[in-house]
Design a protein around this ligand. Structure first.
Ligand SMILES: Nc1nc2c(ncn2[C@@H]2O[C@H](COP(=O)(O)OP(=O)(O)OP(=O)(O)O)[C@@H](O)[C@H]2O)c(=O)[nH]1
Ligand SMILES: [Mg+2]
Length: 316
């Protein structure tokens, strides 16, 4: 396996998410008999957990249909129905799994993009760590030449993780760095090239064009690359994450979402909203600030973890 996956780690990382989402629904439904008013409350709870209005409506419509058909009478039945339906919605379709996970392509190139401060550089470090742990070689490209300190930040990670890094001059052309890195990845024969980019607002057209340029120079040197273009989203940013995803997808073909900061005050439902609104799969989740704090996204495990923690555990 490419990424170490331990349900305990997911549970620990998602604790606070569960408090606002799964556990909220649990305490609302536990020991209750279902009725119309309670179903309405479920809808409001789903919306406040960032699931998105449309997905919340659809989830509740199917719950109501079960209720009216007499198949769902107790709160516990409703919880099970919601969990099952959410898992179905989140299950990855064909081609929606992490490309680099089992890829024999060499070098596999991963381009990491997103708005400022969402967790791109940390996520690059996490992916690098996982690849190293699986015994493969990694090269990092510091294509954030804008922010003072950005290159140094990635260099520190490279040193800590024991991986090589390609960087350009401060204020230089990030596409040139990306090209040099693609060149180096080819000649050095590394398994995976990870390209960190500068944060950019999704409505800054020049910067979005620059991203296209970075993508194109990589592709020019390595046909078929980038094999993954991961959009990093801050899970605590709620519905704004959906807006960002829509804009980035327009500029570069996003292949998946890295949902960072799922350990914070994230309500977690945004994973459902993004999948629902854009059909983009969440492929990885970040659950802390260390390189180990990454999990492959697995719909079943995610929903189980979100619903598995009870209120008592959370407040402990
Ligand atoms: N709790 C938590 N913090 C995270 C996670 N991922 C990143 N962070 C923190 O978020 C902050 C920003 O992370 P960066 O990786 O520098 O974000 P960035 O997107 O590269 O930022 P820019 O390059 O400035 O756009 C840092 O303090 C990270 O430690 C996560 O999964 N959980
Ligand atoms: Mg960064």
């Amino acid at each position: 396996m490419f990424f170490k996956s331990a349900i305990d780690a997911v549970r620990r990382g998602l604790l606070r998410t569960a408090s606002a989402f799964g556990a909220g629904l649990r305490s609302m439904l536990h020991g209750r008999r279902l009725d119309d008013a309670l179903i309405d409350q479920v809808e409001a709870q789903l919306i406040s957990a960032d699931v998105g209005v449309r997905a919340a409506r659809e989830l509740v419509a199917s719950l109501r249909a079960e209720f009216l058909a007499g198949r769902c009478e107790r709160g516990e039945d409703a919880l099970e129905h919601l969990k099952r339906t959410m898992k179905q919605r989140l299950a990855p379709g064909p081609g929606e799994t992490l490309e680099i996970a089992g890829s024999s392509t060499k070098p596999a190139v991963v381009l990491v993009v997103g708005v400022n401060g969402v967790g791109k550089t940390t996520s690059v470090a996490k992916i690098a760590h996982s690849i190293r742990a699986s015994g493969r070689t990694v090269l990092l490209a510091a294509a954030d030449t804008y922010r003072a300190g950005a290159v140094a930040q990635l260099e520190i990670w490279a040193q800590r993780l024991g991986v090589d890094i390609i960087r350009g001059a401060p204020g230089g052309d990030p596409a040139a760095v990306a090209f040099d890195a693609a060149e180096a990845a080819m000649t050095r024969g590394v398994d995976v090239l990870l390209v960190d980019t500068a944060g950019r607002l999704h409505n800054e057209e020049n910067l979005m064009r620059q991203l296209v340029k970075i993508r194109d120079v990589i592709r020019k040197r390595i046909p078929g690359a980038p094999h993954e273009t991961l959009l990093v989203l801050d899970a605590t940013s709620g519905q704004n994450a959906v807006v960002q995803a829509a804009a980035f997808r327009k500029a570069v073909d996003i292949t998946g979402i890295f949902l960072a900061k799922m350990d914070g005050t994230a309500r977690g439902g945004v994973a459902i909203a993004i999948h629902d609104a854009l059909g983009l799969p969440v492929k990885l989740i970040g659950v802390g600030e260390s390189p180990e704090d990454v999990q492959p996204f697995d719909a079943d495990r995610f929903i189980d973890a979100v619903f598995s923690v009870d209120g008592a555990t959370i407040s402990a």
